[in-house]
Design a protein around this ligand. Structure first.
Ligand code: BGC
Length: 749
């Protein structure tokens, strides 16, 4: 497409029309100019292409597609290659279905475990989220299907989601809520970014010029299309002026007419419309180029196998007393499978991401098959998914548990508990399930719990009933088979928590500020989200961020750190050895956390800044190399509106979780000094800290003629926080700062 020619040939009305959709899932095109519409569809863990025969907003009636593990699961894999492979598979299915843009990945931060869409998001940590999200985008787009990075930004709850203002200070926004978006935009160039429903500091995300233009386009260089979340636009002209390119879904002729009217009234420049149309045409051109490539054959069998491997890679073994897992398929132990989820798996959440799976593996079938001819496997439902008490089901399950060598109890959140549009109000498993577990534990000491949930659930009150807990998450259509692989040791657990499991909901960082009141939610915990909060307060947690066991063990040794370059060019290289010290092949997720030891601003106790997953045979060792760059050591300075690196000592810890650092070292990083410019509002302490200005101020304070201050330690303790201007006025002008005045210019420069 010759975009400039097409643009020149379009009337204002046609251009305005292009900036909103046609129907629920398509852009408009311009037939006379050969501009084809593109299809945009959900996302994020499968292709939900609506059955053309269905009503335009049906969630149920979509064409069969592979339901991969949800982001909550994939996030726990900590596996960049896996995310790329899942992205590729999504791209292949998307292309085969004629999809131009897949609406995902969702990279919002899990601020509170109550957010009903946490299952669609990767982690409580922006670094992990950014790396995994970029991998998925790269995989997807390698197949010629565009990504839609969502929901931009600070969309961390479902309550009042169309209106609520996320009130977030600028540093927290940058370091926690925008960081993953920034990484993915700048490294993976998604075709589109989806503007969220909510307001950010009072302004709707879809009409927020600071967010969409100043930050996303100018600072990060995004040149793709900004699409609205479905129905997020309140004022079409304001949205386009702010940097939005495509309003979805269609509003018929309503929005195009508003745009034309705004241009004619001089409220919106036609040049602004042209910029948006240019970006949109570029995207349509990309989609059209994909369409002329041969349509791939989808190997749904291979995708199912990938979904199974992905689910196995994502499960987190929380505890494993007496090495009760893995079960030995040859040992003729009888296994009681208990819980409706073994037969009716919970493997995805509700809402726009709902996939019509090509097939569904149940743990019941897979465990029965894995146990082989000798194995004795029984099944009892134990509870109904509706949550009502059923004494008969409970009684039968307890009898079965009493007769079996091992009871594997499948617990989780019932359908509807985690869905778009609603937040949870607690993090508890349903009562009926906890009662069942207690009763089972009363008759059998060998209890294994398998969990199915997207957001974390409380384990404190019941985990003593189980020797092992396998957190399976909402793990996609092949999750049942993956669980069997893990239970019998055909796969070795290697997922790690991407979200801390707190002892109780009341301990969570946003507890007092979620979901807000009267249209506002205050992000009062600031940077201290997830482990950053628990670690700052040294709070005990049930299982920390990064935690996950394996059927083998890993040893860490010989950490060496070298620093090359300084300031913006600094590179800290870490090298150490990881050894599989156990009897089984397995994978370790190696994590590096950083803390700025003597920072000028408050900084979290530790922050994840590098990770990798290594696979090792029993006894095998491997060197691991990780790198930290300036950004990994920096904080965002709102005063200077930039990332700032403060020179000095940083402690770096590597290990198996945020609370299991095996090796630590300190590195010294050189960087130009950071200080606020010296002006009359800078404090006495700030002036005194300056090598040139300090002695001059001290001299002035001590000078006999009239200053009543002096510079004794006691006096400086008291007046250190005073702005210099205040000292001058308090001295009745007698404090002579003539010698300091020339330094003001230098400081500001
Ligand atoms: C959701 C988006 C989704 C869109 C289209 C919205 O309700 O927030 O995540 O992509 O619908 O289904």
């Amino acid at each position: 497409m010759n975009i400039q020619e097409v643009l020149a040939a379009l009337s204002l009305e046609e251009k305005a029309a292009l900036l909103s959709g046609q129907g629920a899932w398509e852009t408009r095109g311009v037939e006379r100019l050969g501009v084809f519409p593109a299809v945009l569809t959900d996302g994020p863990h499968g292709v939900r292409l609506q059955d053309p025969a269905a009503d335009s907003f049906s969630l149920e009636a979509s064409l069969p597609a592979t339901c991969f593990p949800t982001a909550a699961a994939l996030g726990s894999s900590w596996d960049v290659d896996l995310l790329t492979r899942v992205g590729v598979a999504l791209g292949v299915e998307g292309r085969a279905a004629g999809v131009g843009v897949l609406l995902g990945p969702g990279v919002n931060i899990k601020r509170s475990p109550l957010c009903g869409r946490n299952f669609e998001y990767f982690a409580e940590d922006p670094f992990l989220t950014g790396r995994l999200g970029a991998a998925l985008v790269n995989g997807l787009q390698s197949q010629g299907v565009g990504a839609s990075l969502k929901h931009f930004a600070a969309n961390n709850q479902e309550t009042d989601r169309m209106q609520v203002s996320a009130d977030v200070d600028p540093r927290t926004l940058r370091e926690i809520y925008l960081a993953a978006f920034e990484h993915i935009v700048t490294t993976a160039a998604p075709w589109t970014v989806m503007a969220a429903y909510n307001r950010v500091n009072g302004v709707h995300a879809a009409q927020n010029g600071w967010l969409l233009t100043d930050v996303l386009r100018r600072e990060w260089g995004f040149d793709g299309v900004v699409v609205s979340d479905w129905g997020a636009v309140t004022d079409p002209a304001e949205a386009v002026a702010a940097g939005l390119d495509l309003e979805m879904p269609t509003t018929g002729e309503f929005s195009p007419a508003k745009l034309v009217e705004a241009v004619k009234a001089g409220r919106l420049g036609e040049a602004v419309i042209d910029e948006s149309v240019t970006r949109l045409l570029t995207m349509l051109d990309r989609a059209a180029r994909s369409c002329v490539r041969p349509v791939p054959d989808v190997d749904f069998g291979a995708h199912h196998d990938l979904a199974r491997r992905a689910a196995a890679e994502s499960a987190v073994l929380l505890k494993n007393e007496d090495a009760i897992l893995p079960l030995d398929p040859g040992a003729r132990t009888s296994v009681a499978l208990i819980g409706e989820f073994a037969r009716t798996p919970a493997f995805q959440g509700g809402g726009s991401s709902l996939i019509n799976a090509t097939r569904i593996d149940t743990a019941l079938d897979a465990v029965t098959a894995a146990a082989g001819a000798h194995g004795r496997v029984s099944f009892s439902a134990g509870f109904t998914l509706s949550g009502e008490d059923d004494a008969e089901l409970l009684g039968a399950a307890v009898t079965a548990a009493g007769e079996a060598g091992v009871a594997v109890v499948f617990l989780g959140l019932p359908e509807g508990a985690e869905t778009e549009g609603l937040d949870r109000t607690d993090i508890d498993l349903p009562d009926v399930q906890r009662r069942l577990l207690r009763a089972v534990a009363g008759v059998n000491d060998n209890v294994v719990v398998v969990l199915a949930n997207g957001g974390v659930v409380e384990v404190t009150t019941w985990q003593h009933h189980a020797k092992a807990i396998l957190e399976g998450w909402l793990n996609g259509q092949a999750g049942g088979a993956a669980v069997a692989d893990l239970l019998f040791g055909r796969a070795n657990p290697c997922g790690r928590l991407a979200e801390t499991i707190p002892l109780r909901l009341q301990d969570t960082p946003a507890y007092l500020n979620f979901p807000g009141n009267d249209g506002h939610v205050l992000y009062g915990e600031r940077l201290y989200v997830g482990y950053r909060y628990y670690d700052a307060k040294a709070l005990p947690v049930a299982y920390p961020f990064g935690h996950g066991l394996s059927y083998t063990t890993f040893a860490y040794s010989d950490l060496r750190a070298t620093v090359a370059g300084e300031g913006e060019n600094v590179v800290v290289r870490l090298r150490f050895t990881v050894t599989n010290a156990g009897q089984r092949a397995g994978k370790e997720v190696v994590q590096a956390y950083v803390v700025d030891i003597d920072a000028r601003v408050d900084r979290p106790v530790r922050e994840l800044k590098a990770f990798t997953k290594v696979e090792l045979a029993p006894g095998q060792s491997t060197p691991v190399d990780l790198e930290l760059r300036a950004r990994d050591l920096s904080f965002f300075s709102p005063a200077e509106n930039r990332w700032a690196l403060e020179g000095g000592d940083f402690e770096v810890g590597v290990g198996a979780s945020s609370r299991d650092l095996r090796l630590t070292t300190t590195v010294t990083v050189k960087a130009p000094p950071l200080r606020r410019p010296l002006d009359l509002e800078a404090t006495v302490t700030e002036w005194l800290a300056d090598a040139t200005a300090g002695p001059l101020l001290r001299q002035a304070l001590d000078s006999g003629h009239g200053s009543s201050f002096g510079s004794s330690a006691e006096i400086l303790d008291m007046i250190g926080g005073f702005p210099l201007s205040r000292l001058v006025s308090m001295s009745g002008g007698r404090l002579d700062i003539t010698n300091l005045l020339p330094l003001i210019d230098r400081g500001n420069a």
